[in-house]
Design a protein around this ligand. Sequence first.
Ligand code: FES
Length: 84
Amino acid sequence: MAQRIEMQICLGSSCFSRGNKDVVMFIKEYLKKNHLDDKVVFKGARCMGRCSNGPNLNINGVIIEEVTIVKIERILEKEFAGLI
Ligand code: FES
C-alpha cells in the first residue's frame, strides 16, 4: 500500500497576510477533485519560522516557500504526479 503523504500549511499570521487562506481552499478542492483525500493528510501548522518567505507548505518534511495561489497548482501536480 502506498504511503500517505503528510502536508501541512502554515497558518501563522504572516503567512495568513500573504494569502495562505486562498491556498488552503485551493488545496482542499484539489484533493477532493482528484480523489486524493484518503492518500493525503492535510493539516494546518503553526509558524514555521520562515515568515518572510511565506506562505509556507510542508510536504513530507520538506518546506516549500512562497506557495501562492498562482504557483500552488503546479506544485501539487508535481507532487502528486504518480498518484492521480
Ligand atoms: S507565519 Fe508562516 S512561517 Fe511564520
